[in-house]
Design a binder for this molecule. Sequence first.
Ligand SMILES: Nc1ncnc2c1ncn2[C@@H]1O[C@H](COP(=O)(O)OP(=O)(O)OP(=O)(O)O)[C@@H](O)[C@H]1O
Length: 347
Amino acid sequence: MLQIDLRHSFPDFTLEAAFDVPAGITALFGPSGSGKTSIVRAVAGLLQCDDADVRLGARNIGRLRPHQRKIGYVFQDARLFPHMTVLQNLRYGGRMDEDQVIALLGLDDLLMRRPAGLSGGEAQRVALGRALMAGPDVMLLDEPLSALDGPRKADVMPYLEALRDQSAIPMIYVSHDMTEVARLAGRIVVLDRGRVVVQGAVEDVLADPVAVPYIGVQDAGAVLTGRVVGHADDGLTKVETGIGALWVPGVAGRAGGPLRIRIPAQDVILSRSKPDGLSALNVLPVTIAGLQEGRGPGVMVALEAGGARLLARVTRRSALSMGLAVGQNVHAILKATAIAPQDVSDR
Ligand SMILES: Nc1ncnc2c1ncn2[C@@H]1O[C@H](COP(=O)(O)OP(=O)(O)OP(=O)(O)O)[C@@H](O)[C@H]1O
């Protein structure tokens, strides 16, 4: 467990942030200039804070020099040495678990190549491998996918999921992209103007209407976890989640296996009565657990069933005309085709 407590004043900005990073991925999320990179640099020892308490177990590493901290740092760009092969780049990082790192990141076929011949996604996998070869106690991933286009991101994502699932070290993952956060992170720390405004398990924070103003209405949406029931011949997959059975598009996951699905709040429609003759396949009976008005015309509605939560974004006008209130039973409606493939993960 990494425990972070930082205070630092720049001329026009004050950072004051405390949060814990257990084993697994903790996302740092927040608008531009909220202090994400400053935190990562402080943990790495590249920013000397006015006050830094960075505990790794019983050790306070907050005053150590960067190279004494055993931290792996991966940036937006891979920063590989161009004159070295992939294998030489990896070995520059260290010699820890070479075969394991190569297998984990699928680097076998790339070892004799030079960085100039790699795709952006391959280069980032090598950068991750190089950081891991040093046997770090902590990994800092500062927007490692943000320079990649959609298909390249999708290529690298399974390797990050494998790293998360097979490694027991705490990892801080900076991202602006809620799809990445929902797929990869177990915990999320939301920053605003240098302070932590919300933190907790991803499932809890993303389903909490109070967090929406900080996350942004476009990015708001709950994460559901479930088990694959089976795949239908027409290309749909049935998933049993706490909130009910859902149909999702594509042949996602394996029967009996886990599935994690992000459901953007703006894709969920509400109905007071059970709709009839509707094309949408997913109609879930739920109870309204909370209502949160935004600054604009929208209302965020927290929905609950079977211990799981969903968020729906409706207009204030609809909320008023439907008489929506906490405790009311309604139906949440979700088109199967509204669930984007990148929002579904089988881990
Ligand atoms: N060396 C510095 N000197 C003065 N101000 C700084 C310095 N480094 C960062 N800041 C200020 O601290 C604030 C937070 O910057 P930081 O880069 O940590 O934010 P961020 O959340 O990572 O932003 P982005 O998402 O755009 O990368 C900004 O207002 C920035 O101007």
